[in-house]
Write a protein that binds this ligand. Structure first.
Ligand code: KG4
Ligand code: ZN
Length: 335
């Protein structure tokens, strides 16, 4: 079973061919970082226009890389939300056209479910129940798969996503976009000596909040501008430590409340080595495995979308009038 997966929810255009939901035959990722770095963040209109320019090439390269052609693909999948509507529509419309022309099933995939399936491309899928922390530029969510395989969001950010906070702090420090990897690099030579206050969610929920931490860095910089590499490194190390602590704290509480056989860590921020180490420690303290994808599969990619389409039993085929939904919620059964 060959599935072509298309991902265009934000600023990466990607297409991949995946065999039987597990074997990646090709995974072409075209990043727009160069375009958006000029503005310090993703400009939605530029992202969708660039997707339109690149989608043919990316899909063509994915098919060629897999040594196949569109008429030999068994099903077409595309991210249909959440994401930027203009960007989503490019991938959704492209997949719809292919499904229509080749008379094959179409699968609209939730981007967050896609990120979770990036884990299953490289690790044996654990028996449910399990908890997933999905951390990216647009999302910070705790997604729980219960023993029956029903998937639901048990916590999410109330303001900025974790990756967005990394990107904004990097911008304040003049480090450029995307900020996450640059903060991580700078943090490596710094000491976490600054205590940044962070929002405490006091209503007992499993939600996150990162705007307070971002503002704490801003206020710190107003009082003490970072004029040396050493000062920047210390701010990065302190910010990263605090952000990781927030993520670990709520994930630990989520594991207290929801029995789990494994902890999954996925999304672009899951590339961060400090976060990987802290989540691995958390999982180990509960006697659980911590599973995360290799960095290339943490970031947005088509392979995770193809894998999610065939993830665990085939989800319902999407109609050919499938639309992009920027606010798509998780409401699926995968088991
Ligand atoms: O999953 P992704 O590629 O796109 C979205 O769905 O948003 O995640 C991109 C985000 C960006 O905010 C980027 O700064 C962050 O992931 N990121 C990192 C690291 N690598 C990427 N954040 C922290 N540390 C990293 N090493
Ligand atoms: Zn993503």
């Amino acid at each position: 079973m060959l599935i072509l997966g298309i991902e265009t929810s934000c600023d990466e255009a990607s297409a991949a061919v995946v065999e039987d939901g597990r074997r990646i035959l090709s995974n072409v990722i075209y990043s727009q970082d160069e375009i958006h770095s000029l503005y310090g963040g993703v400009v939605p209109e530029l992202a969708s226009r660039e997707h339109l320019r690149k989608i043919d090439t990316v899909v063509g390269e994915a098919l060629a890389g897999a040594g196949t052609t569109a008429d030999r693909i068994d099903a077409f999948a595309a991210t249909c939300g959440p994401g930027l509507i203009g960007s989503l529509l490019v991938g959704v419309c492209y997949a719809k056209a292919l499904a229509y022309v080749f008379k094959k099933p179409l699968y609209g995939v939730n981007h967050l479910i896609g990120h979770m399936h990036a884990v299953f491309l490289e690790h044996e899928r654990p028996a449910p129940p399990y908890m997933a922390l999905i951390v990216s530029g647009g999302h910070t969510s705790l997604v729980y798969t219960d023993a029956a395989g029903t998937v639901g969001t048990v916590g999410k950010t109330r303001d900025d996503a974790a990756g967005e906070a990394f990107d904004k702090v990097a911008k304040m420090l003049g480090l450029g976009y995307p900020g996450g990897p640059r903060i991580e690099r700078a943090a490596a030579s710094g000491k976490p000596t600054i205590r940044f206050s962070r929002a405490k969610i006091s209503d007992g929920s499993l939600d996150f909040s990162f705007s307070g931490l971002k503002t704490a860095v801003l206020y710190h910089l107003r009082e003490r501008p970072a004029t040396s590499q050493a000062a920047i490194a210390d701010i990065c190390a302190s910010f990263q430590k605090t952000a990781v602590e927030s993520l670990v704290e709520q994930t630990g509480r989520a594991l207290d409340l929801h029995p789990s056989n494994a902890l999954l860590l996925c999304g672009g921020v899951a590339c961060n080595k400090a976060l990987r180490a802290a989540m691995s420690d958390l999982a180990r303290s509960r006697g659980l495995p911590c599973l995360y994808p290799s960095p290339r599969l943490c970031a947005d990619n088509g392979a995770m979308i193809a894998a999610a389409a065939l993830g665990a039993g085939i989800p319902p085929v999407s109609p050919l009038d499938l639309d992009g939904d920027p606010n798509l919620r998780i409401a699926v059964r995968v088991g």
